[in-house]
Ligand binder design. Structure first.
Ligand SMILES: *Cc1c(COP(=O)(O)O)cnc(C)c1O
Length: 341
């Protein structure tokens, strides 16, 4: 298999059309057998449920080449499970989880030429998603759906090392109590666009959202969970029913506790205690961990001791261990690495 002639180091994070994508349709109460196709377009009724009432959810994961040359992805079974949770909350039929994993493998295999080589820092981003396709005008769930997976090569998240970012505490809320913050739905992102454009205009890389009910507790950013490290080396991550359960965050907490021997806590985190933490990072599939160096809010600025040049020492250890596991340089816990074969 010959790799595409792509300058992996400089592709950035944008859509690049690859050769094949996976499509399955749900009709008359059942998913069809699904297929790989070259057709990158979706033709829909003008009244499709997704277009009128945003009935859609998605997932995101990556395929990459390990040190010893295998093409793998990381814990796709957890993406499958999370997509089931998202679909059911939006009154959509779940796509069977075993078929989800098989479809991820098939679409990566079919686009093997776009999986960046080991050491390039680039990866093949995988985007599964599902949406209501039949006409819906009264407010109700669609009864026909399409599940698709496309892939697109993306460049290294950090060019020239992971520099800490400056974030701000948003004046907007991301998710209501008992709402949809815990599922991966496009609707959560639609309403975050104004907040992130505003943050960028003010010179901040990301928004920290607080809990909508009391605005005293840390939730997450628009697309990544927080991890904090206390001065005595405990790894802390916020707990709330309106946070999206990041697979990266869950993996980091496992690694911290069971491989590195840190004390870990998954609990409510008050914004008032953030100033006392030694380290702060954002975790998600895209960057694994982005270190946060500074948080600006209406009453002041929090500056973490590691400063604006490099990750804090514990964050770095977590980052190196998780990426070591992902890239096959370190032994992975059972079931974490899925070979494309
Ligand atoms: C996808 C996402 C994350 C990160 O989840 P991973 O599974 O680690 O990629 C965090 N927060 C939100 C809101 C997300 O949509």
């Amino acid at each position: 298999m010959e790799k595409k002639n792509i300058d992996w180091a400089s592709i950035g994070f944008g859509y690049v059309k690859t050769d094949k994508r996976y499509v399955s349709n749900f009709k008359n109460g059942a998913w069809d057998e699904g297929t790989l196709t070259e057709d990158d377009t979706v033709v829909l009724s003008e009244c499709a449920g997704v277009l009128q009432y945003a009935q859609t959810c998605f997932e995101g994961l990556k395929a990459y080449t390990t040190e010893d040359g295998r093409i793998v992805c990381f814990r796709p079974d957890l993406n499958a499970k999370r997509m089931t949770d998202s679909a059911l909350r939006l009154e959509m039929p779940a796509f069977p989880e075993d078929r989800f994993v098989e479809a991820v493998k098939a679409v990566v295999k079919a686009n093997e030429a776009y999986v960046p080589p080991y050491g390039s820092g680039a990866t093949l981003y995988i985007r599964p998603y599902m949406f209501g396709t039949n006409p819906v005008i009264g407010v109700k769930p669609a009864n026909e759906y399409q599940f698709r997976i496309f892939t697109t090569p993306v460049g290294p998240y950090f060019k020239g090392g992971a520099k800490p970012i400056t974030i701000t505490v948003s004046d907007f809320d991301r998710a209501a109590p008992h709402g949809t913050g815990h599922i991966k739905a496009g609707l959560n992102y639609a309403m975050s666009l104004h907040a992130i454009v505003t943050a960028h205009a003010n010179g901040f890389a990301e928004n920290m959202y607080l809990d909508a009910a009391t605005r005293t507790k840390v939730e997450e950013t628009g697309g990544a969970n927080f991890i904090f490290v206390t001065k005595d080396g405990t790894v802390v991550t916020p707990k709330s029913d309106s946070i999206l359960p990041s697979i990266t965050r869950r993996s980091i907490m496992y690694v911290a506790e069971h491989i590195l021997g840190f004390k870990v806590e998954h609990r409510e985190v008050m914004f008032d205690e953030v100033k006392d933490f030694a380290e702060c990072g954002l975790c998600g599939t895209a960057a694994v961990i982005s270190p946060v160096g500074r948080i600006v809010y209406k009453d002041g600025v929090i500056e973490f001791p590691a400063g604006m040049e490099e990750m804090g020492p514990v964050t770095k250890k977590l980052y190196d261990t998780l990426t070591g596991i992902q890239m096959g340089r370190m032994e992975a816990p059972e079931g974490w690495i899925c070979e494309i074969g």
